[in-house]
Design a protein around this ligand. Structure first.
Ligand code: FES
Length: 77
């Protein structure tokens, strides 16, 4: 589905930019070598970036919690 009609950016392209480190709508546009025109897509891109950040934070928290759980019991001496 197209997110930005002006630049033919679909969800896949926006997600690719987010996965490559873009955190804002402006960064998503820069990633694809363009800039905001009409701005109608900005709230959607902003929401996708927020979802992406939340998912990344959740994944980091989950990975961190798994790092601190010993696989086997540790004998206390
Ligand atoms: S729809 Fe994205 S700038 Fe117009």
């Amino acid at each position: 589905m197209y997110v930005c009609i002006c630049h033919a950016l679909n969800e896949k392209k926006v997600k690719a930019a987010l996965n490559d480190g873009a955190t804002t709508p402006a960064a998503v546009f820069r990633h694809h070598g363009c800039q905001v025109q009409c701005g109608k897509c900005v709230p959607t891109v902003r929401a996708m970036a927020a979802d992406h950040r939340a998912t990344c934070a959740q994944n980091r928290a989950q990975a961190a919690s798994q790092d601190h759980v010993p696989a086997y019991g540790v004998a206390a001496e």
